[in-house]
Design a protein around this ligand. Structure first.
Ligand SMILES: Cc1ncc(COP(=O)(O)O)c(C=O)c1O
Length: 394
């Protein structure tokens, strides 16, 4: 068997930090342990029935059995524009300001190939969703990490960045509600981002994967709600989280027409768009999914509240949980994140994701995924409580 040498671009791809965790979890399960997995980010609930029905019906339409249009069906782009108008009071032109994508992971990786050359500087949040770095590595661009610190509400502080990096940067990734810190962004932060991006000619990619899941009074802010945002960037929205459609692979980018054209250009070479029946079901979700979205957010809120109350009862406090389906919890004094996660896994059979896996500023925290029922979340805390790692309230 010939062992073929990989291209340099492939060799640069970052290691999958969480692969080891997945393996250990699997081994414990195979030994027959009842493992509570709060380490993953895969929505556990089914896609709403009306969306599945729309797929079933549409799959019988012969027109969808052919190649779809390269850049997606206009009816889906129009549904996206209507959705942004209804949800965010933002006008987007379906013809020039919307690109359909195979899940936002694809878009977040290919955007680097669209806009960056080798050695170009790109601003990446730390901690952050690991896949931004996959695209950055493929093009051999030069990441500049923007620390997301608790004292700054897990928002980057542009004043603390090296001005030379801001001047050189061509692209910036942002993500609110944030994975992994569960923080949300304010309009004033996005306004400031637009100003910084204009001054330094930086393209902004706002990853709005958890846009529908916010627990504060106002729903999570869209980057495009800030004046001038379209001039400097795009927002990527996925149906994976809003409608439990992670397996369907549908997302879209909205915003700056030149970036949208770049995404569509690269996709013309990679794909011939998503199965038409899935595009029709996605339109159905966007057009009629409001109640389902609200219901799902309420479900996560109930889980969040159950976890936070149970954690507090064992003396584990200080978590952030403004949006997304994660909670960002500090580790107890004397522990590193990985060591703490290891103790929870081995001694309580509870899986959590160590924060340093998302970047070095994630040290000192673990990410809890709210992808199980409240009773299981409570049980996880009870098991952890038995390890007596926290000072219990007196
Ligand atoms: C922050 C963030 N962005 C993007 C994605 C990718 O989602 P999808 O490819 O399903 O659209 C995820 C998935 O976990 C995520 O957490």
């Amino acid at each position: 068997m010939i062992e073929f040498e990989y291209a340099e671009a492939l060799k640069r791809l970052p290691d999958q930090f969480f692969a080891k965790l997945v393996k250990t979890t699997q081994a414990l399960k195979e030994e027959g342990h009842d493992v509570i997995n709060l380490g993953q980010g895969n929505p556990d609930l089914p896609t709403p029935e009306f969306i599945v029905k729309a797929l079933q019906e549409s799959s019988e339409r012969g027109t969808f059995h052919k190649y779809p249009p390269f850049q997606g069906f206009p009816f889906l782009k129009e549904a996206v524009a209507d959705f942004y108008k209804r949800e965010y009071q933002v006008e987007v032109d379906p013809k020039s300001e919307v690109a359909i994508m195979f899940g936002s992971k694809t878009g977040l990786v290919e955007i680097s190939q669209c806009l960056l050359n080798a050695k170009d500087k790109v601003l990446v949040p730390d901690p952050g969703y690991p896949d931004y770095m996959s695209g950055v590595a493929l093009v051999d661009a030069d990441p500049v990490f923007m620390p997301l610190k608790q004292e700054n509400h897990f928002l980057p502080n542009y004043q603390e960045l090296n001005p030379a990096d801001l001047t050189a940067a061509k692209l910036m990734f942002l993500n609110y509600p944030n994975n992994p810190t569960a923080a949300t962004a304010t309009k004033s932060f996005f306004d400031e981002t637009v100003a910084v991006a204009k001054t330094h000619q930086i393209g902004v990619v706002h990853d709005f994967a958890y846009g529908s899941i916010g627990f504060e009074q106002d729903k999570p802010q869209s980057f495009l709600q800030s004046e001038g945002a379209k001039e400097v960037g795009v927002e990527m929205y996925t149906l994976s989280k809003a409608f439990n459609m992670a397996g369907w692979r549908v997302a879209f980018a909205v915003g700056n027409p030149s970036i949208i054209r770049a995404i569509e250009l690269i996709q013309d070479h990679y794909y011939v768009s998503i199965f038409g029946a899935i595009q029709m079901a996605a339109k159905e979700a966007l057009d009629h999914g409001k109640a389902a979205m609200i219901q799902l957010t309420a479900t996560y809120q109930e889980r969040r509240d159950a976890f936070l109350a149970a954690a507090e009862a064992i003396g584990w406090t200080g978590g952030t949980a403004q949006g997304s389906f994660f909670i960002w919890m500090p580790v107890p004094a004397g522990y590193q994140a990985e060591e703490f996660a290891d103790v929870l896994l081995k001694q309580a059979h509870v899986v959590v994701a160590p924060g340093n896996g998302f970047g070095k500023t994630g040290e000192g925290f673990v990410r809890i995924g709210l992808l199980d029922h409240p009773v299981r979340l409570q049980e996880a805390c009870e098991r952890i409580g038995k390890l007596a790692l926290f000072r219990t309230p007196s």
